[in-house]
Design a protein around this ligand. Structure first.
Ligand code: GLU
Length: 391
C-alpha cells in the first residue's frame, strides 16, 4: 500500500461536516435504517417545472459541449438581472462569474486573493466551509463571535475592534447559515461606515439565502446600501436555495473587474465551465417567474414556527427565532455532561433516527444545527424523536 502524501495545505482543513453527516444519513438509510436527515440545507420542494423543461430542452438542442469558462452570456445576463432586480446591485454580465455552486465562487474568491498571513474576519457561528476555505488558501481566520441573545448578529463596533493591518476580507452572510441571522439596513449601513475607514478591507457578501427572509422587510445587502464601497464587495448568490436546484451546482458572483477576472483565471484551470445543462436551467430560473418564492417563503416561515416552538419546549434545548434561511441553531449546554460534547449529542440523536450537525462544525459549541427545509409531517416526527431521545 502506498504511503499517504497529503499536502501541507490539506492538513489545514477537515472534510465538510454538513456533507459528512448527510452522507452518513444516506448510508444508514441505504442499510435500511429509518433516519430523518435534518443535516443538510436543501429545500425539499420540487425544482420548478419550467426549469426542468429548460434543462431538457438544452439537452435536446445538443448544448452538451464546453461553454465559456465563466459561463454562457445568456446566464451571465440573467444573473446580472437577478443581482439588479432581487438584490438592488448595479452590475452587468461583464462583472459576473458563474461557477459550480456558490461554494466554488467563494473558494475561488479566497484562493485568488488571500496570501499567507492575511486575515479574514468571519462572524461565528459560521457556515462550515468559510474557515476551511480561508485556511486552505493560507489565510488566518479571525472569529467575530456573536451570541444567541443578539440573534447572532454583531454590532459595527465589534467589527471595528477586530480590524488590523492584516485584515483583508470580512465575510458577511445574511440571512445566515447556521443561525438564520438577518442584518437589517441600519446595521449594514453601520458596517459600511466602519469599512469606509479601512479601504484595504474587502467584503464577501454571501446572499444565497436572500429570498428566505421572514422579517417582512425587503432584503438588505451592502453593495446596494453602500454603492461607494461596491468596488471592494463580492456578492455571491445562486439558484440552489431559491429554486431548489442544489444538484445542478450553479452559483453566481459579482464584483470588481479585477476580482472576477482573477476568479475566472483560477476557474479556467479548475473545473473549467460549470455544467452546460445546469447553466441553461439556471438561466431559466433567473429569467422566469419568481412569484412562487412567496409561497415557499410562507411555508418555510410556518415550518420555522413549528420547529422553534417544539425545540423550546424540550428540556435543556433553546433557540432564538431565526429571521431567515432555514436553519435553527440550538443551544444544549445542559446536556453536555451526559453526552461529553456536541458530537456525542449528535450521535445520540442519530441513534434515535435524526441526523443533525454538531454546533462545533460551525465554530459554536454545546448544541447543534437543524435544517427545517423539510415537509411538516417529517419535521413533526423528527421533533418527536428528538424529544424522546432527550426525555
Ligand atoms: N449549505 C448547505 C448546508 O450548510 C449545503 C451543504 C454544504 O455545502 O455545506 O447544509
Amino acid at each position: 500500500m502506498s504511503t499517504p502524501q497529503i499536502s501541507e495545505a490539506l492538513t489545514r482543513i477537515e472534510v465538510s461536516r454538513t456533507n459528512a453527516m448527510t452522507d452518513r444519513a444516506t448510508e444508514l438509510r441505504e442499510q435500511g435504517k429509518d433516519i430523518i436527515s435534518l443535516s443538510v440545507g436543501e429545500p425539499d420542494f420540487a425544482t420548478p417545472a419550467h426549469v426542468i423543461a429548460a434543462a431538457k430542452a438544452a439537452l435536446d438542442a445538443g448544448q452538451t459541449k464546453y461553454t465559456p469558462v465563466t459561463g454562457t452570456m445568456r446566464l451571465k445576463e440573467a444573473a446580472a438581472l437577478h443581482f439588479r432586480r432581487d438584490l438592488g446591485i448595479e452590475t452587468s454580465a461583464q462583472n459576473v462569474i458563474v461557477s459550480a455552486g456558490g461554494k466554488q465562487s467563494i473558494f475561488h474568491a479566497m484562493l485568488a486573493t488571500v496570501s499567507a498571513g492575511e486575515e479574514v474576519i468571519v462572524p461565528s457561528p459560521w457556515w462550515v466551509s468559510y474557515p476551511q476555505i480561508i485556511r486552505f488558501a493560507g489565510g488566518k481566520v479571525v472569529p467575530l463571535i456573536t451570541h444567541a441573545k443578539d440573534n447572532f448578529r454583531f454590532a459595527p463596533a465589534d467589527l471595528e475592534a477586530l480590524i488590523g493591518p492584516s485584515t483583508q476580507w470580512l465575510m458577511l452572510n445574511s440571512p445566515g447559515n447556521p443561525t438564520g441571522a438577518v442584518y437589517p439596513r441600519d446595521m449594514l449601513e453601520g458596517i459600511g461606515e466602519v469599512l469606509r475607514a479601512h479601504p484595504r478591507v474587502m467584503v464577501l457578501s454571501d446572499d444565497i439565502y436572500a429570498p428566505l427572509n421572514y422579517t417582512g422587510e425587503p432584503h438588505a445587502t451592502l453593495a446596494n446600501l453602500c454603492p461607494d464601497l461596491a468596488d471592494r464587495i463580492c456578492t455571491v448568490s445562486g439558484v440552489s436555495k431559491s429554486h431548489a436546484m442544489t444538484g445542478f451546482r450553479i452559483g453566481v458572483a459579482t464584483g470588481p473587474d479585477w476580482l472576477i477576472s482573477a476568479m475566472g483565471r483560477l476557474q479556467s484551470h479548475n473545473s473549467g465551465n460549470p455544467a452546460s445543462i445546469s447553466q441553461a436551467a439556471a438561466a431559466a430560473a433567473f429569467e422566469g417567474p419568481q412569484e412562487f418564492l412567496q409561497d415557499w417563503n410562507e411555508r418555510f416561515r410556518a415550518r420555522r414556527d413549528l420547529v422553534v416552538n417544539a425545540i423550546n419546549a424540550i428540556p435543556g434545548l433553546s433557540t432564538p427565532v431565526p429571521d431567515g434561511a432555514f436553519y435553527c441553531f440550538i443551544e444544549a449546554a445542559s446536556w453536555m455532561e451526559r453526552f461529553g460534547d456536541d458530537e456525542g449529542l449528535a450521535m445520540h440523536l442519530l441513534d434515535h433516527g435524526v441526523a443533525v450537525v454538531a454546533a462545533s462544525a460551525f465554530g459554536g459549541k454545546d448544541g447543534f444545527r437543524i435544517s427545517f427545509a423539510t415537509d411538516e409531517g417529517v419535521l413533526e416526527e423528527a421533533l418527536q424523536r428528538i424529544a424522546k431521545a432527550l426525555a
